[in-house]
Design a binder for this molecule. Sequence first.
Ligand SMILES: Nc1ncnc2c1ncn2[C@@H]1O[C@H](COP(=O)(O)OP(=O)(O)OP(=O)(O)O)[C@@H](O)[C@H]1O
Length: 599
Amino acid sequence: MSLSKSIKTDSSRRLSSLKTLWPFLRPYRGRISLAFVLLCLGSATILLVPLAFRDLIDFGFGQRQHAGAGLLGSLSLNGRFAVLFGLACLWALAVSARYYTVTWIGERVTADLRTAVYARVLVQSPQFFETLQTGEVLSRLTGDTILIQTVVGSSVSMGLRSLFQFIGGMIMLAVTSLHLFSLNLGLMALLTLPILAIGRKVKKLSRESQDRIADASALAGEILNAVPTVQAYTQETRETRRFAERAEVSFKTAIRRTRVRAALTALIIMAVMGSIIFVLWVGANLVHEGGMTGGQLASFVLYAVLVAGGVGTMAEVWGDIMRAAGATGRLLELLHAKPAIVEANVPEPLLRPEKAEIRFDHVSFHYPSRMQTAALADITLAIAPGESIALVGPSGAGKSTLFQLLLRFYEVSDGTIRFNGQDIRELSLQELRNRIAIVPQDPVIFSANALENIRYGRPDASDEEVIAAAKSAQVEEFIHRLPEGYQTFLGERGTRLSGGQRQRIAIARAILKNAPLLLLDEATSALDAESEILVQEGLNTAMQGRTTLIIAHRLATVKKVGRIIVLNQGRIVETGAPEDLRRQSGLYARLASLQFDIQ
Ligand SMILES: Nc1ncnc2c1ncn2[C@@H]1O[C@H](COP(=O)(O)OP(=O)(O)OP(=O)(O)O)[C@@H](O)[C@H]1O
C-alpha cells in the first residue's frame, strides 16, 4: 500500500515537473492549437474508415437490394471507392500537416530550452563547476533536451491520437456489436495482467542495459582523452581488456533483456491474434445465424485493431513521457541554479574607469569546499594606480586566489576589496571584469584562427589593432612560421601550439583588451630565456600607465617591479622593494638565494 503510494507520488512529482515546460511552450500556443485541430481531424477520419469498409462489404458488393442504405446512402460502387479514397487523402493530409507542426514545436522548444540552460550555466561562478562536471552539463544539454524534444515533438501527439483512437474505437466496438465487445473486453482484461508484469521486467532490464552501456562509454571517454599516456606506458592491451570486460557485461545484460522481450512479443502476438481469431469465430457464427452482417463483422475487427494499436502506442508513449519528465527535472535544476555571486540590485557606476586603484581591507577567504582552512587570511594591501607589484611565495600560498577574488569569481569571506575606492560588490560584474585583463597560468585557446583568438580580448578591435597587440606580445615571431599566418587554425584547445606560443597569444589578448588593471599569473613561465626577454619588453610596454599584479615563481622576472608582496600560507609575510627584501633574512631572501645562487 505504502509502496504503491510512494510510486504514485513519485510519478506525479515527476509529471508535475513537465508543467514547468509551459513557459517554453506558451509562445507557440497558436501552433499547438493548430496541431490539436489537425489531430482531431486525423483521428475522426481514421475512425470513419471501418464504417466505409462495412458499407462497402454490405452494400457495395453484398446484397444489392440494400443499396441506398448505410453511411454513404445511394452511392454507386465506384462512388463508394471514391469516398474511401477521399478519406484516405484527408487522413494523409491531416497526418502530414500535424507531423510538420508538432515536430516544428518540438525542435523550437528544444532550441529555446538549450539556449536558456546554456546562458544560465555560463553565468555560474567556478564554484558551480567544482561540483558539476562539464561532461554532465553537456549530456544534459544534449541527451536530456533530446528526450524532451521526442515528447513535445512526437510522443504527446502520438499519445493523444492513440487515446482518441482507443476511446473512439471502444465506443464504435460497443455500437457495432455489444455482444462481441463484452467478449473481447473480458479477453483483454485476462491477458493484460501477465503482459504488464513482463513489461515491467523488460523495463527494469532495459535500464540496467543502458547503465552498463554508460559504464563502458565512461571508461572509453576517459581513456580516449589520455591516449598518449596509455601508449607511453604501453597499457593498450590492458585498456582494451578492461573495455572488453565492460562491453561483455553490457552484452549479457542486453541479451537477458532481449530474451524476456522476445517472450513478451510472442505472448502479445498470441494474445492479439488469439482474440481476433476468437472474435472472428464467434462473429462468423453470428453472421451465419443472421445476427450480424459480414460488413459489421469486418468493421468490428478493424476497430479492434485500432483499439489494440492505440493501447500499444499509449504504453510506449507513457514510458517516453516519464523519461522526459525526469529529463525536465534535471534541466530545470540547471535552469534555476542560482549563481553563487549575486550582483547588486542597483550597481554603482565605476568612478574614474580609466584608472585602477586597488585596496584589500582585512580580506579573508575560505574556498566553499574547504571551509576549515583559510586560503587567505587578513590581507591588507593598497596598490596605487599605475603601480606594478609582484606576488611571490611558495606553491599554495594563495597568490592565484587573490586574482580570483579580484575578478569576483568568489565572494570574500571577510573584509572588503575596493576598486578605485568602491567596494567591488557594489559594481556590476561586467563593469568590474571589463576593467581587468588577465593572463592565466594555463591560457585557453579557442578552436579558431590566431587572429580571432587574440581578438577575443576585445571583439570590436580592428585587424590592425589585433596585429599591433600581437607584435607587442612577440606573437609575430612565430606566427609567420605557421602555414597560413594569422589565419592558421590553432586546433581545439590550441593543441597545435607549444606552451610558450599559447602564452604569447594570451598576452596579446590581454594587451588588446587595454584594461587599466593587468593580472599576470606566471605569464611567461613557459617561455625560453630568449623569448622571455622579448615578451617581457612587450609586457613592459603594456604595463606602462597600468596597475599590474604579477605572480611569479622565477624571481628574476620581477626584479624590476616597484614592490614585492611575499605570501605564505594565505598571509602577507613581507613587503618591500626587491633589493630591500634580499637584505632582510626572510622568506624572499631564502627563495632568492636558492634561485639566484644556483644560476
Ligand atoms: N577551488 C578550490 N577549492 C578548494 N581549495 C582550493 C581551490 N583552489 C585552490 N585551493 C587551495 O587554496 C590554496 C591557495 O591556492 P592558490 O591557487 O591561490 O595558490 P598559489 O599560491 O597560486 O599556488 P601556485 O603557485 O602553485 O599556483 C591552496 O592550498 C589550494 O589547495
